[in-house]
Write a protein that binds this ligand. Sequence first.
Ligand SMILES: [Zn+2]
Ligand SMILES: [Zn+2]
Length: 228
Amino acid sequence: MTMVKHCPRCNRSEDEVAFYGEFCEDCARKDVLEKVKNRVGIVVCKKCGRIRVSGEMLDFTKDNLESAINKSIKTNRFKLVEYDDKTAKGFIMERTRDGTIKSPFEVELDRKSINCENCFKKAGGYFEATFQLRGDMKRANVFLGRIERYFEKHGGFVTKTEKVSGGLEVYVSHKSIASALISSDRLKTVRSYTLAGVKNGKQVYRNTYTVRFEDEIVTRPVRKRDSL
Ligand SMILES: [Zn+2]
Ligand SMILES: [Zn+2]
């Protein structure tokens, strides 16, 4: 004959309620929730709306908000379901030997608005490199879109775009992202450098990449002759 287990806290028995380890489900859940902070700070840029997750500014998405909350409450167990400006609702999923305890959880969001580094730099006209797009402007404009998306994806930005005679000048935030884009697209560029100034005793150069787009060769599809 086996003994029926009783919860040491509330004295309910295994016959009435599920157990996780030595405690009943409700008492185990209380234990889990007691250890979790129910107010977390999140940092959001007031200009671009991105959210800070482990030191990086990322797009404000549900997944990234969930990561920011988990970083702040030091777990990876919070599953976000819904949120508004002030609160986030979801579940804490606590794994135990007897299965996962799923506890509804609501956390208050203490939102701090900042001006992120990129927005601050962009406002000041900061740039490290310039793309000079020359030649076919239709293709140059397509490439401009590619530059904007690529920089945004890699944490940079396009400072400004200028039309000049002969093409477009695109000022960008990071030399490193510019050269990564060039190698990823295997672009043929002519590179030049301009001395921008001296920082901490070192000369700082800005890179200029000239990209020439040849006119697209229009090939007409060969029309098949109708068969008899
Ligand atoms: Zn209990
Ligand atoms: Zn920003």
